[in-house]
Design a protein around this ligand. Structure first.
Ligand code: NAP
Length: 256
């Protein structure tokens, strides 16, 4: 007897890691719920993934809107309701300048998206994940910034520290349900992340990735796929990834 298709729910599937993750799972025969705010990108993804081994359902969703998230989950079409894996990927950094120069609105947007949004989606999907039970997983996109501070990291780094700690605490409560929780924490990766962070400064984004070899969205998607497909009795708590050509810096010291 063949196993029924599993379903993955991906937030932020219009770009970067999320889109690569939707592609990776669809190719492998998973059903995919792919969400994000940009409709035309979702339509393009749906078109692209037609004919893949797994079916895809796309939907516009702003993770910051808890009511919209609740409704979207309630209204999932038949066949996409039983979720095996949630990939909490939607997120962003803004304001690369020092904390004392940042617009408060940018801090709010990061908290609303990376913290409140992730919590909204998790809360809405916990019942179906628990119903799936053994083999289910929540994979949260953290960041090296959640552990390692750097200038201009301020609220972004703090929001990713939240993601890490929320995951560990979820694990405590979900013990016995079979649902696994993993913080996937990448470093330097080439996506639209820096374009968003700099509010459209393509040259700044190009400069960051120039002359080095950042990780690509497919590298991270492969790891997410790996985590979701581990034997049901194995939970990776945190997976930190860096480009080989990235490492830490010494402590900064203010001198006279
Ligand atoms: N690239 C890196 O170096 C790096 C490193 C570590 C961690 N990360 C994390 O990885 C995740 C994915 O980032 P990425 O690098 O792939 O960046 P990206 O290419 O800019 O993709 C971000 C995705 O998040 C979605 N998103 C943003 N705000 C949203 C909202 N309010 N509601 C729903 N979706 C929203 C965007 O879709 P719409 O705009 O269409 O809504 C987009 O699909 C983020 O959580 C980021 O913090 C990135």
């Amino acid at each position: 007897m063949t196993e029924p298709a599993k379903t993955v729910f991906v937030t932020g599937a219009t770009s970067g890691f999320g889109r690569a993750t939707a592609r990776r799972f669809a190719k492998a025969g998973w059903r995919v719920v792919a969400s994000g705010r940009r409709r035309e990108r979702l339509d393009a993804l749906a078109q692209e993934l037609q004919g893949e081994a797994g079916e895809t359902h796309v939907m516009t969703l702003d993770v910051r809107d808890s009511e919209a998230v609740k409704k979207a989950v309630q209204n999932l079409p038949e066949g996409f309701r039983a979720i095996t894996c949630l990939v909490n990927n939607a997120g962003l950094a803004l304001a690369p300048e020092p904390a004392q120069k940042v617009d408060l609105a940018d801090w709010h947007t990061m908290i609303d998206t990376n913290v409140t949004g992730l919590v909204n989606v998790t809360h809405a999907l916990l019942p179906t994940l628990i119903e799936t039970g053994r083999g289910a997983s929540i994979i949260n996109l953290g960041s090296v910034a959640g552990q390692w501070p750097y200038p201009g990291g301020h609220v972004y780094g703090a929001s990713k520290a939240f993601v890490e700690q929320f995951g560990y605490n979820l694990r405590c409560d979900l013990l016995g349900t079979g649902v696994r929780v993993t913080d996937v924490a990448p470093g330097l990766s080439e996506t639209e992340f820096t374009l968003v962070r700099t509010k459209g400064d393509q040259a700044a984004s190009d400069r960051l990735y120039a002359g080095t070899e950042p990780m690509q969205p497919e590298d991270i998607a492969d790891q997410i796929f790996h985590v979701a497909n581990l034997p049901a009795h194995v939970n990776i708590n945190r997976m930190e990834l860096m480009a080989t050509r990235q490492a830490w810096s010494p402590f900064a010291i203010d001198r006279d």
